[in-house]
Design a protein around this ligand. Sequence first.
Ligand code: ZN
Length: 408
Amino acid sequence: MTSQRLYYQNAYTTRFEATIVERVRDEDQTAVILDHTYFYPTSGGQPHDMGTLNNIAVHNVTIREKDAAVLHWLDTTDLWQNEVSGHVNWARRFDHMQQHTGQHILSQAFIQVAQAETVGFHLSDNTLTIDLHSSQLNPNQVEEAEYLANQIIWQNRPVHIRSVTMAQAKELPLRKLPPVRQGNLRLIEIDKFDLSACGGTHVRHSGEVGIIKIVKLERQNNQLRVEFACGQRALNDYRLKNSIVNQLSAELTTGADEIVTSVQRSKEENKENRRRLKKQQEQLLFFEAKTLIEQAKMVGKTAVVTRVFGEDEIDPGQMRVLGNHLTQNDHVVALLGLAANKSQLLFCRSNDAPGEMNQLIKPALQILGSAAGGGSAVMAQGGGPGTDQERVQQAIDKAERLLIGQIR
Ligand SMILES: [Zn+2]
């Protein structure tokens, strides 16, 4: 039993009476088919309506493949009556009407401005896109198409609905002829501007679309995906962006037109500050190396430097720089440790100093509960799980005792 689709002729009716002609069960869901309906089912790239039947929520509307009947999916099985009052959610319906009519207008505008045909259309609760069969559009053409589309809206042209046979359709300047099918074609004409075959819901006058704003372009192979917003969605988008601009403007204490320059300047300053900071940190490490050598324990003529750092004092990269500074001096052995969320040990010596660093690292790492490390006689390093400074100090002490044994 195929239900009559009354939204084809009138997209503005939201309340109606109808009779249930069939009930369908699919697992734990129930759907009903009505003798006629104003509910739009998901099809042609446009999402379904929502609403109620006898105050029971209709959460999905689909088309049954075998006979094109409209299935109204319900949240409950408690709809016993056959006579029902239908109520289509107008806010959602009108949103789809605005977006869909806007799409017809924008698609035609891209043809007139750049001979760019629409090959794809997608409308969901939060996005609206068309795919253009052209990747060569320049920014001026995009703006021009957007402006033309808005002019058509402001001229408040009537939107006509009519029905023709396939043979008649072939004689008409249709933007796009649908694949061959039986029965009549439903044509939507934006008066003297765009004529296309479509089964969706549209406004009666182009002015109801309100405004069209292109918000993003995305190149995909030889196609251009154009994301845009019409009517209420464009207003919501403007509200969001206006609020972001006002907040940025207040944060940066600058006018809206100065925000970009201001952010670029901040980025430059930040880069310069980092560069300076890095240079000063290196100088500090140089002086730290000098101080550590002055305070080092002398074993014969070898200066043995030991030092355990906390997390806030140094990072592993800086510890390596410190090791380099230390071992550029004669007769130095450095046993360095870092207690952080990952503990680190770095043992190194000058070329003329005694000691086998790779023999010291393993027993020291064992104290940290790790075996992940190694190196050469001159330099060895390794890491373990996070631990406190006391434990790292024990590892360094162990290495120092072994080193003194090696030297003597
Ligand atoms: Zn349409």
